[in-house]
Design a protein around this ligand. Sequence first.
Ligand code: FAD
Length: 481
Amino acid sequence: MTTDTPTIVWLRDDLRLTDNPALSAAVQRAQPIIVLYLLDEVSPELRALGGASRWWLHNSLASLDAAITKLGGTLTLRRGAAREVIPALVAEAGAGAVYWNRRYGRSRDIDADLKSRLRRDAGDIQTNGTGIDVQSFHGSLLFEPWTVLNGQGEPYRVFTPFWRACLEHDVRAPLPAPAELPAPARLAGTSIRSDVLDDWALLPTRPDWADGLRENWTPGEAGAHERLETFVSDHLVDYHRRDEPAVPATSRLSPHLRFGELSPFQIWEQVQQHRGPGAGKNAAKFLSEVGWREFSWNILYNFPELHRKNYRPAFDNFPWQQPDAATLTAWQDGRTGIPLVDAGMRELWHSGYMHNRVRMVVASFLIKNLLVDWRVGEAWFWDTLVDADEANNPASWQWVAGSGADAAPYFRVFNPELQASKFDPDSEYIRRWVPEFGTADYPDPIVDLRESRQAALAAYEAVKAQPVNAQPAKEQAADPQ
Ligand code: FAD
């Protein structure tokens, strides 16, 4: 009788069963499969999740567990430092393989360590024919960062040529979900998943502020696909109106992408297959926004300190003002007296989401009109957004600040009143979130927009004309983690 050597599929930001290359490879290996999610709040390479992300993660894992159970499998939940838990699980399960889909932030150092350690301890099956098979796969970005380089072999720093170069590559078709997920006998029934999930305490309790999140979102793979299909069939046609916050013209797929409940390959295919009115232009524009996600991850790959450090070091000398508590709270609560800013901040607090145009306006207001360091705003978004993304969030904040790659020029200060008259001309969005707008209950502005704009421009003079970060690209990974 031969003994099972189970395959561990370690899921991270890819909480899906369809188009999951690591999972497909495990199915091919034809051994029992341990689908693992590990809550690692210890490894220093990982940024602690914000409150809204923790809410999403809980619900996404519950949904994943139900989907795996339907296929006859088990979702194994563990907690602790990946460098310790994964080798321990390999030993406990007698695993013969560990597969994962690659990640591209600082966490790839963890993956690199694990890959070499598991191979060293157990022997590398690829070279020795015995030991453990440890492999990583390409699943979360359309184009892995080291595959899109300019003529000098360096990463792009400007979006348009980056995306043009991306579009020269082929995009593979999505992979199907496994038909079944046989779990190994040895680990089966070790714990009741819902109890473990409750122990992790990812949901807010005192107070439970998640009503607005529940109203707006269905975390999990099924919810993600429903949203993708509805968007492509009903709203893609309106994508040219994507800057109008009152219009449901964008996909709202961002949290699903963030947690990998659907892959960009699935989006790509669905959009390509769609042949509705205005499909060409709207589809190309929509896919180029997905391209911005690729670009942000490309930046993070080459500059892993993106949420801590200015991409352009010239901004290290910027004279940020320390905000007083009342000013910062007014911004966070949406009580600045600037209607579009307040509407956006209240949308964020209630729903865990904010329309992209309004994100730019509230960020510009904090950074430029209040002269607050972009990292303060980035941290607030990190805590409150359901789509808080390790790459997109700091890249976008740095874009608004002018300190990022291909950033808005420093002198571009969004005027929230002009933005409102252009993109929310009937104040529909503003009234939706700020019901007291236009009444005596609505506060006066906390800052004079014209004067503060002048102050920002003066401050920016100090950092003007200094060069872009000249950090060299990481060496191309021969064996990417
Ligand atoms: P759609 O217009 O339908 O776009 C489709 C997908 O493309 C999005 O789901 C997203 O994955 C990607 N995308 C769209 N615009 C951008 C962009 N400008 N940069 C990178 N990717 C983009 N996006 C996040 O996913 N997470 C964040 O934490 C985040 N923080 C931001 C902070 C600021 C200050 C700003 C200005 C933007 C931020 N964005 C972030 C980008 C953008 O606002 C959101 O991706 C978008 O609003 C999500 O809505 P949607 O899914 O309907 O977008």
